[in-house]
Design a protein around this ligand. Structure first.
Ligand SMILES: Nc1nc2c(c(=O)[nH]1)N[C@H]1C(S)=C(S)[C@@H](COP(=O)(O)OP(=O)(O)OC[C@H]3O[C@@H](n4cnc5c(=O)[nH]c(N)nc54)[C@H](O)[C@@H]3O)O[C@H]1N2
Ligand SMILES: Nc1nc2c(c(=O)[nH]1)N[C@H]1C(S)=C(S)[C@@H](COP(=O)(O)OP(=O)(O)OC[C@H]3O[C@@H](n4cnc5c(=O)[nH]c(N)nc54)[C@H](O)[C@@H]3O)O[C@H]1N2
Ligand SMILES: [Mo]
Length: 698
């Protein structure tokens, strides 16, 4: 087990001590928890019930931090690759000298933009801003990525329709009478949301789930609609049409707060449940029933997930869904609302990074160049003037998580030099020339927000870094010196090594809020100042019209799409390619992992030892696939070999394998996906993905 490296320990960590901290993973819940530490080692993790959104504490992943922090597979020293893919430990001095020499060489020969700085969602916090500062202000520019792998189509759709991304506090769900979980699997991706959902159900509310899969979230559902993936907008338009036809629309609310209703009404009248049934594969009967519930049961909370918007029509799909909350008057009220992302705790601009999308035209005199993260491989390969020569990866695992793995790999292998800052030897780290050890959540303090719960939280430093681990801020500080900067020059740009500088920086960020200090945050999470517990209860919408925009001229101007919410046929899922690759490949998130993290731990492997493809028995029989058989899943982009099991939980015509497995753990699902952007927000349309499955053997 990695032990402290003999640094002066200025916290009483040799005594058994308990701290309150918060999980910085890219996850809705963002749990608060208590951690016990002794002799610089994480001993246990227990709930911290004063966070009203996560009172029961962390999930299994959170509990597994005990293993993750102490794992002897963790990278705790710099490494370099020698021939035949082997890595050997090197000193920090050698690592930094090699890297700084390469950096100087590429800058002199080709310009700073021949280096690609790639960061993703591995660790949230304010301190990440120093990475950007290094590349911009010390190195003098860089190529970076725009867009985001996760949620931007829905964020942009919500922003254009409601003006802001916010929703009621999680515990308000208890007050609702109807919950519609539209493409969200809270029981796995946001377990804490099931607490208020279950309370509402105990009080007589109804739950409707719309998901091609019968997930764990459907256990107490009144109705499950299983659409063909990417066809939700057709259902929503028909539901809107039925609600209006049956006079269930809330005319009063619409007159006061909705812009473009007349055009919307005229637009949707033609969309019958029968039309939507043909497209979505959900019966007209069920669509009528959904309209009846959504039109007549009040208050309704409509909760949409992120999976549903990772299609080429994702943004418009989300707009059709929001329109249902708007025309039924379910916004700005107790127990009601549109829930997608609650960014009310994002009170520091920097917290947005790396989750928000950066449009390619963002004015920035130094970085100037960015390429699409959705098409990372393709764009890295074609970037010229200067061509890319080097990549620096931190907080991300692009060889597993970005679309079209073979293209990303080809692009990586074309580079002359690769640095990856990582905790474990992921698929991406294995491609590096130099791997630098990354801190974990217990080794540096930072402030984090949440995109679901309304708290500002402190993720506390509770141990000294293991082995020779250095936080990125310190790595950049040392590297800048190798590039010729003095400490004096750096002080105003980067963060000097030492906890007191971190604390000063965080305190300076808190200054704008009276009453919130670092010491207060050590006692537990603090509700965001000016929090609207019931979002939009002031009926102020930051749109051009000041109302909820069912008709949005900006949608046309910014994205070239219809100003009214429409159903567009999704690329690749349309019928032309059906013959060759008849199955739709779904790669959702899963309970015991955050994307590509955690599945290397023993405790998680006990439960999820290997990747499994799930297929409907009907599709399995056609292919003579029996449970446990080895199959090949393939399309024109790639293929993976995996065990298959059949289950009625999967819709006919779909196959499911959660994303996040490393190639070294068996498969990389993004071997099959194409690099494509969503219709809005520069998201990644991973899920427009057709495959065929063939049995190979036992
Ligand atoms: N345990 C766990 N929690 C997580 C994460 C994790 O990896 N593990 N990741 C976090 C992150 S970064 C994210 S983005 C969120 C994502 O969490 P969610 O928002 O729940 O999103 P997904 O898991 O991608 O998809 C949710 C559901 O959408 C369904 N779906 C897919 N396509 C369609 C469609 O076309 N229509 C409909 N109606 N449904 C569809 C899938 O079957 C899936 O059950 O979870 C966060 N929380
Ligand atoms: N096929 C398919 N692909 C998908 C998705 C899908 O639904 N289907 N979902 C997409 C979504 S929603 C998301 S959000 C993305 C996530 O994609 P990524 O953001 O690349 O996600 P992770 O797999 O969490 O990888 C983050 C890495 O950061 C490392 N890390 C953690 N903390 C630190 C730190 O402090 N410093 C450094 N340097 N490293 C650290 C972790 O060890 C981990 O390897 O994946 C996307 N990919
Ligand atoms: Mo995500």
């Amino acid at each position: 087990m990695p032990k402290p490296n003999g640094k002066v320990d200025n916290l009483p960590r040799h005594e058994e001590t308990e701290y309150i901290t918060a999980c910085p993973r890219n996850c809705y819940s963002t749990c608060s928890f208590k951690v016990r530490v002794k002799n610089n080692e994480i001993l246990s993790i227990t709930p911290f019930s004063k966070n009203l959104a996560t009172p029961m504490g962390v999930c299994l992943k959170g509990l597994s931090y005990v293993e993750r922090a102490n794992s002897n597979e963790r990278i705790i020293y710099p490494h370099k690759k020698i021939g035949n893919g082997q890595f050997v430990r090197i000193s920090w001095d050698e690592a930094l000298n090699t890297i700084s020499n390469k950096l100087k060489h590429f800058r002199d020969e080709f310009g700073p933009q021949s280096v690609l700085f790639y960061a993703a969602s591995g660790m949230s916090g304010l301190i990440n801003e120093f990475s950007g500062k290094f590349w911009r202000e010390i190195y003098g520019g860089v190529t970076t990525v725009y867009g985001n792998l996760c949620w931007p189509a829905g964020l942009e759709a919500t922003r254009l329709t409601l003006g802001e991304n916010k929703h009621n506090v999680p515990w308000d769900i208890e007050n609702t009478k109807l919950i519609v979980l539209w493409g969200k699997n809270s029981a796995e991706s946001n377990v804490h949301e099931m607490i208020p959902i279950n309370k509402a159900l105990d009080n007589g509310a109804k739950l409707i789930v719309i998901d091609p899969r019968r997930t764990a979230s459907t256990q107490r559902a009144e109705m499950l609609l299983q659409p063909i993936p990417s066809t939700d907008a057709a259902i929503a338009l028909a539901v809107a049409s039925e609600i209006i036809k049956n006079s269930w629309a809330d005319e009063n609310f619409i007159n006061q707060h909705v812009y473009g209703y007349a055009q919307f009404k005229e637009h949707v009248v033609k969309y019958t449940p029968e039309w939507a049934a043909k497209i979505s594969g959900v019966s007209a009967e069920l669509i009528r029933k959904l309209a009846f519930y959504m039109g007549t049961v009040k208050p309704m909370t409509l909760i949409a997930g992120y999976g549903m918007q990772r299609y080429t029509n994702g943004g418009q799909t989300v707009r059709t869904l929001i329109s249902l909350a708007a025309i039924t008057g379910n916004i700005g009220k107790l127990g009601a609302g549109w829930q997608y992302a609650n960014l009310q705790s994002y009170v520091f601009d920097e917290v947005l990074e790396p989750l928000c999308y950066y449009p390619p035209n963002i004015p920035d005199s130094k970085i100037r160049r960015s390429i699409s993260t959705a098409r990372l491989g393709e764009e890295m390969l074609k970037t010229s003037n200067p061509e890319l020569k080097m990549i620096w990866v931190e907080r991300g695992n692009p060889l597993t998580q970005n679309p079209n793995t073979s293209k990303v790999l080809e692009a990586f292998r074309k580079l002359e030099f690769k640095v990856v800052v990582e905790q474990f030897f992921t698929d991406t780290a294995l491609e590096a020339d130099i791997v630098l050890p990354a801190k974990n959540m217990f080794e540096q303090s930072d402030i984090i927000g949440s995109y679901w719960n309304p708290y500002i939280q402190l993720k506390q430093k509770v141990v000294e870094p293991a082995g020779e681990v250095k936080p990125e801020t310190e790595i950049y500080w040392l590297l800048a010196q190798k590039l010729g900067f003095t400490s004096d020059q750096l002080k105003s740009i980067l963060l000097p090594p030492g906890d007191e500088y971190v604390d000063n920086f965080l305190n300076s960020k808190l200054k704008k809020f009276s009453g919130i200090t670092l010491d207060k945050l050590k006692e537990g999470p603090i509700l965001t100042p000016n929090l609207q517990e019931i979002a939009f209860s002031d009926y102020k919408f930051a749109t051009p019209s000041g109302q909820i925009e069912l008709y949005s001229e900006q949608v046309r101007q910014l994205w070239g799409l219809s100003p009214l919410p429409t159903y567009e046929v999704a690329t690749e899922i349309s019928s032309e390619e059906e013959h060759e690759y008849p199955l739709l490949f779904m790669s959702p998130n899963t309970k015991n992992r955050i994307h590509s993290q955690f599945n290397n731990l023993k405790i998680i492997k006990l439960i999820n030892p290997e990747p499994i493809l799930h297929i409907n028995p009907h599709d399995a029989r056609k292919r003579k696939i029996e449970d446990g058989d080895i199959v090949r899943v393939f399309n024109g982009r790639g293929s993976i070999i995996v065990k298959a099991f059949s289950t009625y939980e999967v819709r006919v015509g779909c196959v499911v394998l959660p994303n996040g497995w490393w190639k070294t753990q068996g498969v990389s699902v993004n071997m099959l996906s194409q690099g494509r952007e969503t219709d809005m927000g520069h998201g990644s349309a991973f899920h427009n993905n057709r495959v065929e499955v063939k049995r190979i053997g036992k």
